[in-house]
Design a binder for this molecule. Structure first.
Ligand code: MN
Length: 246
């Protein structure tokens, strides 16, 4: 049986629709998991019940997190926020961390993971980080626009089987203050945090890039999904570093 990977989605309030680019579910399936798109629930007990149906969690990309969640007022360059999605994903992430549910958090996801764990964000890289690279690329979405340096000995290094990589980049925010019990797992050349990982959790990994638009061309991107699926299946880190899924 494939482990079930719950995937969060975006909410289009005007149209009354959930939205999710299909690359997330396709990559999970390709990596050996059974993708399941999750609805927004609100109460703690509802979300606990939802989590009892999944073996792993994928926090998908999207808009900005409301900075009031980390004690700041909105910066002028803050993008569109979705209060319902923020509330659902932050509580979901806190409960998943407490239950040791394996988590892969992508783009907005790494920001949700950081805030849910007590961290904070740069609200706008171009105006808040001097000398920053271009982190909102104009190249096609599958194209790796900048390099990352992976922390030696990290879980990310083991999952990627690499000490550096090139990744795509579609973000104007990044992690400023780490959540409790996490370390930086990768940085861009300008010091912008590109990945974080839980030190005591069996698999809690956030990446600032979008592997779901890269995995068809890039084996390293698929390894992130395989790492999540293997952790969800209860396999160890050593087994997670096995060959590519077939
Ligand atoms: Mn970037």
């Amino acid at each position: 049986m494939r482990p079930v990977i719950g995937i969060t989605s975006k909410w289009d309030e005007e149209e009354g629709r959930y939205l999710l680019p299909r690359g997330y579910a396709d990559a999970v399936y390709r990596a050996g998991g059974m993708p399941l798109i999750l609805p927004f629930l609100q109460a703690d007990t509802e979300i606990q019940e939802l989590l009892s149906h999944v073996d792993g969690l994928l926090l998908a990309g999207g808009g900005d997190v409301d900075p009031s969640w980390f004690g700041e007022e909105p910066h002028p360059s803050l993008g569109r926020i979705d209060p319902q999605r923020d509330a659902f994903e932050i509580l979901l992430t806190r409960l998943a961390l407490a239950r040791e549910v394996p988590i892969l958090a992508i783009c907005r996801g790494i920001q949700v993971l950081a805030v849910a764990g007590g961290g904070a964000l740069y609200q706008d890289i171009p105006s808040q980080i001097k000398g920053a690279l271009q982190h909102y690329q104009k190249a096609p979405e599958w194209y790796p626009a900048h390099a990352i340096h992976v922390k030696p000995g990290s879980k990310l290094a083991r999952v990627l089987q690499a000490s550096s990589a090139r990744v795509n980049s579609y973000h104007h925010q990044s992690v400023k203050v780490l959540p409790r019990g996490f370390q930086v797992a990768a940085e861009a050349g300008d010091g912008v945090v590109e990945a974080i990982e839980g030190l005591h959790h069996r698999f809690a990994l956030g990446v600032q890039w979008h592997p779901e638009t890269m995995w068809e061309k890039d084996p390293l991107a698929l390894r992130l999904f395989a790492g999540l699926v293997d952790a969800a299946a209860g396999k160890t880190g050593e087994m997670a570093a096995r060959a590519e899924p077939v």
